[in-house]
Design a protein around this ligand. Sequence first.
Ligand code: SAH
Length: 478
Amino acid sequence: MNTNKGYVAFVGAGPGDIGLITTKGIECLKKADIVLYDRLANPRLLRFTSKDCVFIYCGKLPNNHIMRQEKINETLVAEALKGKYVVRLKGGDPSVFGRVGEEAEAIAAYDIPFDIVPGVTSSIAASAYAGIPVTHRDYSTSFTIRTGHACKKNEAAIHHKPKQEAIGDTLAYYMGVKGLPGICESLIAQGKASDTKAAVIEWATLGKQRVVEGTLETIVEKVKEAKLGNPALTIIGDVVQLRSSIAWFEKKSFYQKKLLIAKSSSEESVLERYFSKNGAEAYAFPTIKSNPHSYTAEELQLIVNAERLIFASVEGVELVFTQLFKANYDVRDLPRQIEHLSDKTRKELEKRGIHSLKASYDKRSAILIGNEQAIEKQAFSDNLLALPSHTIEIDERFQEVNERLLTENQWETVIFPNKRSIDLFLQEWRKFSTENPMELSFAAIGQSVQEYAVKQGFNHIDEQVQQVLDNQKWKCES
Ligand code: SAH
């Protein structure tokens, strides 16, 4: 028997907004060799993992197949027994309708060590983001979590008669869209007033959140009208009326805006964060990974002997300094003239005690260091040698996620941070979607990028988004 057992962490991903995972959850993701994730765990969280981590999707696929529970348990056990650090990433809290009991039992049976890391459960998060406090001194002194859908064995329990005092307070129904008519009817039959307020919250805490409000009598019709679907949470009780004064998320300036950010450099994740924080559904696509280059002894020699050394990226600075140091060089061996392209790179050099100059054309020879794409077509010298520090590749592990997110959402606008991102975006979009990408509105950073987008066929500028990019507000607030 293998004595070198691995570890399993059952991690609550929170309800959707990636800011709602715990720091402990993030630590687990960083350590993971393999992550098994569900449909309701925000896939953006997978970016916290290392680049060698393996992802396994356990949710529903387009052909409606789902990874069976036994298969999930088997995989968890098998991977842990190989000595792997396995993360089981679950939407919300793993213990709330999350089957953590079954999975943890399977792990415990093999004496594999494990953690259960709680998460913010969707009923509490959905209520918060819809402006509904689950308890309130004047309206509700209890909060009950229920399922609107149970396996055969428990069916009777869903509609069991709760005690009179219990139905006076706040009720949250998970998995309850289909069963909503039955839920409302049975609550009324049990004595709950038919004008008791109810709210249904779809995709809570994300930019695509939608809220429908009514009473036990009207909510079914309203949900049907708005075509709300899964995942959605139903909150029933007098506390729902507080929404009218404290709903806050819906007031965000980009609430419900569906934005793609064409990925190509590190900046787009700053944009993703900025727009998500302001209420948008924002997703940087495609996900790329950068592979560091290992400089040869000759290349390092060229670097130290350069007349001018130009850094095009922060990663380039990090890589060159580490590799020079390993090869027994140090800061005293660097060329006298060091230059930067961006302010971020200047700051990185400053951290290392170096005052650099802003790169500009100069006829003296130079070596340029940065990501493969970033250093293409730069003209800083007639005698310029580019030594790429990193190559950029599409991260194929995100195939499933990209396919699902691209087809599941009605994207409105795409942001292009630079020209290269436009090419990459179009190339990848066509892999996953049959829709015409030119139907999307767009916004771009800088005039030349905008012109390039128009040349490629994009023709409608999203003024609201463009304004944010133009006044650089997103940079200050990130
Ligand atoms: N463990 C999860 C619940 C899993 S059961 C948790 O603690 O939240 C799946 C149900 O959770 C869905 O049918 C839906 O009712 C609810 N749910 C999960 N995420 C949601 C979200 N972002 N918005 C609305 N409902 C959500």
